[in-house]
Design a protein around this ligand. Structure first.
Ligand code: PEP
Ligand code: MN
Length: 345
C-alpha cells in the first residue's frame, strides 16, 4: 500500500501519518519527491485494507499494491482453475457448452430441447425454475416442479444441469437438484445469496451484473470463494449500453482482461448480451476466440411460445450449426470440449 500525501502536507501531518501506520502494526517508508511526499507501507496489506487511511489528515490518495480479491487473484493461484461440474470440466483448456431454454417449461419440450442440444454437442443443460423478472406479472418459473423436471431431463440425457437461484431461502433446495448453481446478473451483488451458495459444495456460475465492473465481478466471486467453495465460473453476459439495438453491450474484452487478473474460468453468454439470434453466433465465436472457457446459449424449439426470452432463443438447428463452428475453433485453439460423463440414450 502506498499513501500519496497532499501537496503542502505539514511536517506534523507527515509525522502523524507515520505514527498511524506504525500503530496499525506496519512499517512506514518515507520518500520525499520534488512535489509530493509518499509513504510506502510495508507489511501484509490485507491486514489494513479496510482501514480508513484516506481519512488521515494530509493523505491525498491510497494506492493498494495487491488486488482486493485475494482468493480470486492470480497471486493466490497462478494456474487457470478447472471447475468440474459432475464430470464436465470448464477452464484450463476445457470448454463448457451450456445450452437450453431460458425457463424450464413442460416435460415434452424439455426433453426435445435437451436431446437436440446434447446431440449438437452441448455438455451442460440449462433452464430456470426461478426467474428474476423485471415485471411481477411476467412468468416467474415453475419452482420446485421445474427443478425436478430439469433433474429428470439431465439424468435421462446424462447431462449435468445448471439452474438459477434467486432467493437465499431456496439455496439448499436448488443445490439438491442442480449440478451447478447460477447466480444471475441481477443478483451478482446479493452478498447474502453469494455467501449461502459459497457454503454449498456445488459449482457456481456467476454472471456479471449489468452495471458491474470487472473488479465488482471478482469481488462477488471472492464472497463465494471465501466461504470455502472454490468452484466458481464467471460469465460475461453484457452490460448496460446506450444503444437499444442490442439488449446489452457485449464486453468481449472482459474475457482476456479477467484472465490477466484471475485464475477463475470465464465463459460468455451472447444470448443475454445481444438479445438477437442473428448476432449470437458471431458473438459466441468472438468470445471463444478471445479465450472464453465456454459458451452459454439459450435454445428453444418454438421461440414464439417460450415462457421467457423467446426472441433471443436459437432454434435447435441454428445451435447445431454454431456448436459445429465452436468445435472447429476449439480444435484450432487446442482446446477440448468435455464429453458427457455418461451418455444414457
Ligand atoms: C438467464 O440466464 O436466463 C438470466 C436471467 O440471465 P441474466 O442473469 O444474465 O440476465
Ligand atoms: Mn434468459
Amino acid at each position: 500500500m502506498i499513501l500519496i500525501l497532499k501537496t503542502g502536507a505539514s511536517e506534523d501531518q507527515v509525522a502523524h501519518v507515520i505514527a498511524r501506520v506504525e500503530e496499525l502494526g506496519m512499517r512506514a517508508h518515507l520518500s520525499r519527491g520534488t512535489y509530493r511526499t509518499i509513504v510506502g507501507i510495508i507489511g501484509d496489506e490485507n491486514r489494513i485494507r479496510e482501514e480508513p487511511l484516506r481519512a488521515i489528515p494530509g493523505v491525498a490518495e491510497v494506492v493498494p499494491v495487491l488486488p482486493p480479491y485475494k482468493l480470486a487473484s492470480l497471486d493466490a493461484h497462478p494456474e487457470p482453475s478447472v471447475v468440474d461440474v459432475s464430470g464436465v470440466k470448464i477452464g484450463g483448456g476445457n470448454l463448457g457448452m451450456i445450452a437450453g431454454p431460458c425457463s424450464v417449461e413442460d416435460e415434452d419440450r424439455m426433453f426435445r430441447i435437451a436431446r437436440s442440444v446434447r446431440d449438437a454437442g452441448a455438455n451442460l443443460f440449462r433452464g430456470g425454475a426461478y426467474k428474476p423478472r423485471t415485471s411481477p406479472y411476467a412468468f416467474q418459473g415453475l419452482g420446485e416442479d421445474g427443478l425436478k423436471l430439469l433433474r429428470d431431463v439431465g439424468d435421462r440425457f446424462g447431462m449435468p444441469v445448471v439452474t438459477e437461484v434467486t432467493d437465499v431461502r431456496c439455496v439448499d433446495l436448488v443445490a439438491r437438484y442442480a449440478d451447478m448453481i447460477q447466480i444471475g446478473a441481477r443478483n451478482m451483488q446479493n452478498f447474502v445469496l453469494l455467501t449461502e451458495v459459497g457454503r454449498t459444495n456445488r459449482p457456481v456460475l456467476l454472471k456479471r451484473g449489468m452495471s458491474a465492473t470487472v473488479t465488482d465481478l471478482l469481488m462477488s466471486a471472492e464472497y463465494v470463494l471465501s466461504q470455502g467453495n472454490p468452484n466458481v465460473v464467471l460469465c460475461e453476459r453484457g452490460v448496460k449500453g446506450f444503444d437499444p439495438a442490442t439488449r446489452n453491450l457485449f464486453d468481449v474484452s472482459a474475457v482476456p482482461l479477467v484472465q490477466t487478473l484471475s485464475h477463475l474460468p470465464i465463459i460468455v453468454d451472447p444470448s443475454h448480451a445481444t438479445g438477437r439470434p442473428d448476432l449470437i453466433p458471431a458473438c459466441a465465436l468472438a468470445g471463444v476466440a478471445a479465450g472464453a472457457d465456454g459458451v452459454h446459449i439459450e435454445v428453444h424449439d418454438c421461440p414464439e411460445v417460450a415462457k421467457s426470452d423467446g426472441p433471443q432463443a436459437l432454434l435447435p438447428d441454428q445451435y447445431r450449426e454454431l456448436a459445429a463452428k465452436i468445435r472447429q475453433m476449439a480444435e484450432l485453439l487446442g482446446k477440448t470440449i468435455s464429453p458427457l460423463p455418461q451418455a444414457l440414450t
